[in-house]
Ligand binder design. Structure first.
Ligand code: COA
Length: 165
């Protein structure tokens, strides 16, 4: 570990929510937009634990809703920084619903967020070095590089579309 570098597990964040009536949609399951907001907050905490400063969300992708979260469930979100570049980083978030009576947990959502570290003038700022250590962390780091290449391609295509419009 070089001075100032950060291990992936130092960025871990877990957040737990009791489902309240204001979280529910007409089907009595949690509103998808609410889950997205919780994902953004959890990822933001991981990103800030890593950068020790301000971050903004540049994108959220690969967001899945695999199963509903029901009234009475407890929702648990877990996040960790997967990869870091010059000023941007990827955070992975996993969401589970827990049936409090049985303790059974179901995987309900996952997402990857790209966040950008900012300085006091709100300009992109150099991130610390991220150190993946476990086999899972190394796999996530490598997978994140592939996802980043796809995102940059999409970003470039969107920029060219804008230019043509
Ligand atoms: C995110 C933001 C700071 C990027 O600014 P920018 O002028 O495009 O800066 P850059 O082109 O230098 O990009 C900075 C980094 O972000 C990455 N990036 C920017 N947009 C990206 C995207 N859509 N997907 C993946 N990476 C992205 C760049 O690749 C670069 O990474 P690197 O330094 O690690 O190589 C700017 O677009 C912004 O402020 N967006 C609004 C953010 C916001 O309001 N979020 C919601 C509330 S938090």
């Amino acid at each position: 570990m070089t001075p100032g570098s950060v291990r992936c597990n130092e960025t871990f964040c877990e957040m737990t929510y009791i489902i309240m009536p204001n979280h529910l949609n007409a089907l009595d399951t949690v509103f998808g937009g609410q889950v997205m907001a919780w994902i953004d907050v959890c990822a933001g905490v991981s990103a800030q634990r890593f950068t020790k400063g301000t971050v903004v969300t540049a994108s959220m992708d690969h967001l899945t809703f695999l199963a509903p979260i029901r009234k009475g469930d407890v929702t648990v979100l877990r996040s960790q920084v997967n990869w870091a570049g010059r000023t941007s980083l990827e955070v992975g978030v996993r969401v589970e619903a827990e049936d409090i009576r049985t303790g059974e947990r179901r995987h309900t959502s996952s997402a990857y967020l790209t966040m950008v570290s900012l300085d006091d003038g709100f300009h992109p700022r150099q991130t610390p070095t991220l150190v993946p250590q476990t086999p899972d962390e190394i796999r996530r780091f490598e997978d994140a590089q592939h996802r980043r290449a796809v995102r940059l391609e999409q970003r470039e295509r969107a920029r060219l579309r804008e230019e043509r419009a």
